[in-house]
Structure formats: C-alpha cells, structure tokens
Design a protein. Structure first.
Length: 329
C-alpha cells in the first residue's frame, strides 16, 4: 500500500489556516457529569453516581466546527438554536473557539439540543437528551437554505453534519449542491434514511452499521464489505465513500470503484464519542488543502486515533495530529 511521506504531510497541514469552511447541521451542546459509583440505589437496580465535576463542550455540527477550528481553518457554523440558557453557553463557546456564528438561526420554542452524559470511572452510565427532531417550519427551513446559499461562494468547502434532528433537510442539501457542487468540496456525515439525498456531494462518511443499512447488505466479512461499498458507489455516482470501521480502521471506496483499506492508528480506545466529527473534519480540510483521497484518509485516520484515546467528544489539534501521524509513519 502507498504511504504518506512526512514532508508531504507537513505541506498539507501547513495549508490548513488558509482554508474557509461552512459547517451546516445539527448544532448541539454536550454536557458531561463525572463521578464515582460505590453502591446500587435502594430505590431501583441502578448505580448511584456521586458527582465530582461537570463540564460542557460543543457537540454535533458544533463539534465538527471545533475540530476544523482546532486544525487552524476559518470556520462558519450554520444551524438552529433555541432561546435558552444552553444557547447562551453554546454561543459563548463558539466565540471562544473563534467560530463564526453569523449564519446560526434562532428558533423560538425549539430547544437548543443538549446531550447530558453521566460518566463514572471513565465509562458512560447513561445519557439524557433534550431535543426536538421535528422538521423545521417551512419559513425557517427556507431561511436556513438561503443563509447556506449566501455563505457558500466564499468557502473552500462545506460539511453537512446530519444527526437526523431536522436541520439537514432536502432543501438545505439541494442548496448546498446547487451552489457549491463541482466547485466546493462537500462532505457529509450521513443518516441512513437520507442517504439517497446526497447525490452530487464529494464525500460521505458512514460507519459500518450505517453503510450496511443504506446498502441493504449486512456487513460481516470482507466480501460483504466490498458488496456494500459497491452498492453505495452505485447509489451516489461520483461520490467517494469513506467507511469507518472502528478497530479495523477505514475503507475508502472511490468513484472508479477502487478500494483502499487503512488500518487503525489507535493504540488505546476510551471513547468513540465525536470520532466521526474528527474524521470528516480532517478529511475534508485535507482535501481542500490539496491532499488526494488517500492522503486525506491517512490524516483522518491519524486524527481519529488520537481523539478516541480521550473521554468525551474531543477535538483534534495540529500538534496531536502530528504526534499521532509520526507515531505510525
């Protein structure tokens, strides 16, 4: 298999700060409650978590934006938020990361999506979600699509972060492809039920389960993996498929039907939360910086290997990416 030389790696990464990206999708606030467990509740057969500390991080599309910003790119975030305390905390965190929130749309009566994870001894005990996954009202969806179309011409690339919360609608996808298709690098972190909508994008990054469901092929071995990847290429002509496979690394299916398997760069796995955000951010930014598909996949694999060694949704930095890449180069 081909390799990526350190000199080439350095040339790609050096170009990151000159790139402008629009991230469109389901904006979230991730809340982490850390504690310890020493007994089972007398009220129900569940562990009692004694809270030690709490923290909030950017999640969903906002975590994609954070990954891009941490790698040095200029980032603009487009999505919807509510009028609540979570919105205030989220926008403050975006400002701290120098992520432009000009294209965010506030929707009264719709909550800012928040996911609360209870963690004890580095393991997630339970998750509590505050959200709405109803489609946006017609006029709100139209305004969101208008903002997307307005922003794209000034960008080098677009990432659609689809968590199925009603933001990445057919209208938004159409606006992205119509304005940016063929000129801008467009990457999608997909939801299975929307898969056929992604025609015209540059890259889709499903995991094994999503790829199998979208292709109607249960992936259990190399043969079924290749069949599923081929079906996705047929479904989305001209689009590359980066299939993430957990401990098995990644498989890159290209429009010419060539396939490249990339072994995982991870040494320890503590938490895969947000790893997909890191993969798509690093791949798309690398492509915009002049990397080939193989080079971008190699960088994305190194980035994923670094963040899954941490608990919670972690953003990749250039320093962490360099350390991870050089450790396996």
């Amino acid at each position: 298999m081909a390799t990526l030389e350190i000199e080439r790696f350095d040339a790609i990464v050096t170009s990151f700060p000159s790139k402008r990206f629009l991230v469109v999708g389901d904006v979230m606030l991730d809340r982490y409650v850390h504690g310890t467990v020493s007994r089972i509740s007398p009220e129900a057969p569940v562990p009692v978590v004694r809270v030690g500390r709490e923290e909030s991080r950017l999640g969903g599309a906002a975590n994609v934006a954070k990954n891009l910003a941490s790698l040095g790119a200029q980032v603009y975030l487009c999505g919807v938020i509510g009028e609540d305390a979570d919105e205030q905390m989220l926008t403050a965190k975006l400002k701290a990361q120098e992520i432009d929130s000009t294209f965010l749309l506030t929707v009264p009566g719709r909550p800012t999506t928040r996911k609360v994870r209870i963690i004890a001894h580095r393991q997630q005990v339970v998750r509590v979600d505050y959200e709405s996954d109803l489609p946006l009202p017609g006029e709100v969806g139209e305004e969101l699509a208008r903002r997307v179309a307005e922003a794209i011409p000034a960008m080098d690339g677009v990432i659609l972060s689809d968590y199925g919360k009603g933001i990445v609608s057919e209208g938004v996808i159409s606006a992205v492809v119509k304005v940016g298709g063929g000129e801008k690098y467009i990457a999608v972190d997909p939801k299975v039920k929307h898969f056929s909508r992604y025609r015209g994008v540059s890259l889709v990054t499903p995991n094994l389960a999503e790829a199998g469901l979208a292709a109607g092929e249960k992936i259990v071995d190399d043969a079924s993996l290749l069949r599923a990847g081929g079906k996705l290429i047929d479904m989305l002509p001209g689009t590359s498929i980066l299939l993430t496979r957990g401990e098995e690394g990644m498989s890159l299916f290209e429009p010419d039907r060539s396939v490249t398997h990339i072994p995982t760069a991870a040494r320890e796995v503590f938490d895969v939360t947000g790893a997909g955000d890191t993969v798509i951010s690093t791949f798309a930014l690398s492509r915009a910086a002049g990397a080939s598909n193989f080079e971008a996949a190699t960088l994305a694999n190194s980035a994923a290997g670094a963040v899954i060694a941490e608990v919670g949704a972690a953003a990749i930095t250039v320093d962490a990416l360099c350390r991870s890449f050089r450790a396996t180069a």
